[in-house]
Design a protein around this ligand. Structure first.
Ligand code: GAP
Length: 511
C-alpha cells in the first residue's frame, strides 16, 4: 500500500472507530479543528499520563502546573510573539488560495530530493548487489545537478527568511516555476507577514475591552509562574516545571489531519539551570526524551534527529525529534536551549526581579532554560500511524491497531459467547473484577469472530471469552490481540495477567 493510501485509511479509520471526528461535522466541519471520540480521548489521556508521570513522577526535581489559556497581553509582547510570531503568506490570484511561502519552497525542495531518491532506486535495480550508493550519489551527474540546485535554493531561501526579505521569497517561487496545486497557475500576489495568534476581547466594550490572545504555546504560563513555583516549592536549581494544555495558532497551511491544527495540545517542560551549564542539561534532556519515544516499542528507524541550523535569536542549541509519518519525516518534539531570554524579557517588561540566589555559588542570576516541547496530537498521530496494520488471514483479513498495551483505549473486552445460559452474568462478574483498575468493555452483540475484529480495530490487547466450560470450571479464554493466540486461564488469574501487561508501569520502568 502506498503511503498516501495508508494515510487516507488511517484518517477514515479514526472516524469509523470513534477516535477522531471533524469538529462541528453536521455543519460540514471547521478547517483544522478536530474532536476526539470515545476511543480517541482514552488514548489521548493515556499518552498524557505517560508523559506526565515520566516527567513529574520519575524526576523528583520536576513539578507540574496548569495555567490559564488567557494571559496578560504584555506576556506576548515580552515573549516576542506579538512582533515576530509570523508566517510569510502568498495568495494565488486564480484559485484565491493562500499558502505559506516558506512551505511552498520547502515542498519544492522536497520534490527535487524525491528525484534523487528515484535515481538511486533505479540504479539499485540496475546494478543489483554491486551497487554502491555512496559512490553513486557523489558521482552521478544527474544527482549532482539536483544536489547543486537544492543547495542553491536552500541558501537563498535561508537568507531571505533570516533577513525578512519577502520580495526575494516571492522571487524564488516565481523563478523556480512553483505552481498553485489547485489552479496550476503561477499567478502569485506579493508575500506578506501574518501573525499566527488568535485575538479576542476581555470584558465588555463599554468597560473598555482589552485585546487578549489565545496562547500560542503553554511555555509562557510556566515562565511567568517561575517565581511562584520556585518559592512555594522551595525548588533548588536545576529544577523543572511541566505543563500539558491547549495552544492555539491560526495556521494557514492547516492540513495533514491532526498534524497541524488550529487548536491543539502541547506537553512542555522548562528546566531551569545555572548559566553556563545549559548545554550539558540540553544533552541530558535530548537523551531522556529520545528514550521516552523508543520505550513505546516502535522501530527506532521511525525516529531521527533534526538539528536546527538557523537558531532563533534567543536559542543557543535546538534539535527536533522527527517521526516518519505516512507523509514523511516531520517534527514531533522540539528540544531547545532557550538561554535566559524569556525570564529576562519578563523581568524587563514586568519590572519585577526574576532571579535565583544560588547558595552554592553565592550568586544571584536569571536562570537559563532547557525546554522540551511535544505535541500531544502529533504523538497521537505518530502512535496511530505506527500501529495501523492490515493483515491477511487466508480467507479473511483484519485491521489491527497494535497500540502499546499501556496506552490502548480499552485494556480488555469481556465477551460472553452467547447471550443466555448464565454466560452474561459470569461475564459481568469479570467486568466487576477489572473495571475499578482499568478501562474494559462488555460486548455481547454479534458473532464472537466479529467482536474480535472490532476489538482488534480499536487496539484492545485482550479479549476475555466466557463460554459454557467457564460455568463448570471458572476458566475463560484469553485472546492476545497481536498473536491471536488463545489460552485457557482461571478467572482468579485474569486480573493479574491483564494488569501486568497493560499497566502504565510497563512503559515507565523502561525509562
Ligand atoms: N514552546 C516551544 C514551542 O511551542 P514549537 O516547535 O512551535 O515550539 C512544539 O511547538 C510542538 O508543538 C511541536 O513539535 C509540535 O509537536 C506541536 N505543534 C506545534 N504546532 C502545532 C499545530 N499547529 N498542530 C499540532 N501540533 C503542533
Amino acid at each position: 500500500m502506498n503511503q498516501e493510501d495508508l494515510f487516507k485509511k488511517i484518517v477514515a479509520h479514526c472516524k469509523e472507530y470513534g477516535f477522531i471526528f471533524p469538529s462541528s461535522e453536521i455543519y460540514d466541519g471547521l478547517s483544522a479543528v478536530y474532536d476526539y471520540g470515545q476511543n480517541g480521548v482514552q488514548l489521548k489521556n493515556n499518552i498524557k499520563e505517560y508523559w506526565w508521570k515520566a516527567m513529574t513522577q520519575l524526576n523528583e526535581e520536576v513539578v507540574g502546573i496548569d495555567t490559564a489559556i488567557f494571559m496578560h497581553p504584555t506576556v506576548w509582547k515580552a515573549s516576542g510573539h506579538v512582533d515576530a510570531f509570523n508566517d510569510p503568506l502568498i495568495d494565488n490570484k486564480d484559485s484565491k488560495k493562500r499558502y505559506r511561502a516558506d512551505v511552498l519552497i520547502e515542498e519544492h525542495i522536497e520534490k527535487i530530493m524525491e528525484k534523487i531518491y528515484k535515481e538511486v532506486e533505479k540504479a539499485k535495480k540496475r546494478f543489483g548487489d554491486s551497487f554502491n550508493e555512496k559512490m553513486f550519489v557523489s558521482t552521478n551527474p544527474r544527482v549532482l545537478e539536483y544536489k547543486e540546485k537544492i543547495d542553491k535554493i536552500t541558501k537563498r531561501f535561508t537568507n531571505a527568511l533570516e533577513n525578512n526579505d519577502l520580495e526575494d521569497l516571492r522571487n524564488i517561487i516565481v523563478e523556480e516555476g512553483i505552481v498553485c496545486p489547485i489552479s496550476g497557475s503561477k499567478n502569485w500576489t506579493e508575500v506578506r507577514q501574518f501573525n499566527l495568534m488568535f485575538e479576542t476581547k476581555l470584558g465588555s466594550v463599554a468597560e473598555g475591552a482589552n485585546t487578549v490572545y489565545l496562547r500560542p504555546e503553554t511555555a509562557q504560563g510556566i515562565f511567568v509562574n517561575y517565581l511562584n513555583v520556585q518559592k512555594t516549592g522551595r525548588m533548588k536549581i536545576p529544577f523543572g516545571i511541566a505543563q500539558v494544555g491547549k495552544a492555539f495558532r491560526n495556521e494557514i497551511v492547516a492540513r495533514q489531519f491532526i498534524f497541524r491544527m488550529r487548536e491543539f495540545e502541547q506537553m512542555e517542560m522548562q528546566y531551569f539551570v545555572r548559566p553556563g551549564e545549559e548545554l550539558q542539561w540540553f544533552e541530558y534532556w535530548k537523551e531522556k526524551r529520545f528514550k521516552w519515544h523508543l520505550a513505546l516499542g516502535f522501530s527506532d528507524t521511525k525516529y531521527r534527529w533534526h538539528k536546527h541550523e538557523k537558531l532563533a535569536h534567543y536559542a543557543n542549541a535546538a534539535y527536533d525529534i522527527e517521526f516518519e509519518f505516512p507523509f514523511g519525516f516531520k517534527e514531533l518534539e522540539g528540544i531547545h536551549s532557550r538561554t535566559d531570554f524569556d525570564l529576562s524579557q519578563h523581568e524587563k517588561f514586568s519590572g519585577k526581579k526574576i532571579r535565583y540566589f544560588d547558595n552554592e555559588t553565592e550568586e544571584s542570576y536569571v536562570p537559563y532554560v532547557v525546554e522540551t516541547s511535544i505535541g500531544l496530537d502529533r504523538t497521537f498521530l505518530a502512535i496511530l500511524s505506527a500501529s495501523y496494520k492490515e493483515e491477511n488471514l487466508g480467507e479473511e483479513s483484519r485491521i489491527i491497531l497494535s497500540i502499546p498495551p499501556a496506552l490502548a483505549p480499552i485494556k480488555a473486552a469481556v465477551l460472553p459467547l452467547v447471550k443466555k445460559d448464565g454466560l452474561p452474568e459470569l461475564a459481568r462478574e469479570i467486568m466487576d473484577i477489572l473495571k475499578y483498575e482499568m478501562n474494559c468493555m462488555y460486548e455481547e452483540k454479534d458473532s464472537i469472530g466479529k467482536r474480535y475484529r472490532r476489538q482488534d480495530a480499536i487496539g484492545t490487547p485482550y479479549c476475555i471469552t466466557v463460554d459454557h466450560q467457564s460455568l463448570l470450571d471458572r476458566t475463560v479464554t484469553l485472546r492476545d490481540r497481536d498473536t491471536m493466540l488463545q489460552e485457557r486461564i482461571s478467572i482468579d488469574k485474569i486480573f493479574d495477567t491483564v494488569k501486568s501487561k497493560t499497566d502504565m508501569n510497563t512503559l515507565l520502568k523502561k525509562l
